[in-house]
Structures are given as C-alpha cells and as structure tokens.
Design a protein around this ligand. Structure first.
Ligand SMILES: [Zn+2]
Ligand SMILES: [Zn+2]
Length: 83
C-alpha cells in the first residue's frame, strides 16, 4: 500500500476517502453540502495546536491537522439564490 509507505496520504472525511500526494500536515476546508475538500496550509495553526496540547502526558503528539466545515463558494451561492 502506498499509504503505508507515506508516499500518498489518505484523507477520510465522513467515509469519503481522498488520496493526496502531499505528506506534510495541512488542514482541510470541507463543504457540508457537496463534500468538496480544499487544502488549507497553515504552519502557524499546527504550531498553535501543538502548543495547546503540549501538556498532554499520555500521548506523544507529532503533528496536528484541523478540519473546517462550512459551504464552498458554489454551494454558498446556491444557498443565497434559493428563495
Ligand atoms: Zn459545496
Ligand atoms: Zn489535503
């Protein structure tokens, strides 16, 4: 499996899998309407998450990824145009 070798990573959101070639941690913007996943890179967010969790004693944390949920521009516009 490529995923096990770390060459490709699997992003699984609500049972929908998507494979990405990126290896570094990054975040996702996920549309609640159509399920579109957009990458969002923020080293600052990772650093901040790790800072918040640094006192966790029972778990060795390496990295953090965050999912943001909302509506993509397409679905947002659809929402607005619907009476
Ligand atoms: Zn959408
Ligand atoms: Zn991604």
């Amino acid at each position: 499996m490529l995923t096990e070798e770390g060459l490709i990573r699997e992003v699984n959101v609500k049972g929908v899998s998507r494979f990405e070639a990126k290896i570094e941690a990054h975040h996702h913007l996920i549309c609640k309407s159509c399920g579109k996943i957009t990458d969002f890179n923020s080293k600052e967010l990772i650093d901040y998450a790790l800072l918040l969790i640094q006192n966790q004693k029972d778990f060795k944390i390496n990295t953090a990824e965050t999912n943001f949920y909302g509506f993509c521009i397409k679905c947002k516009n659809k929402e607005l145009s619907t009476p």
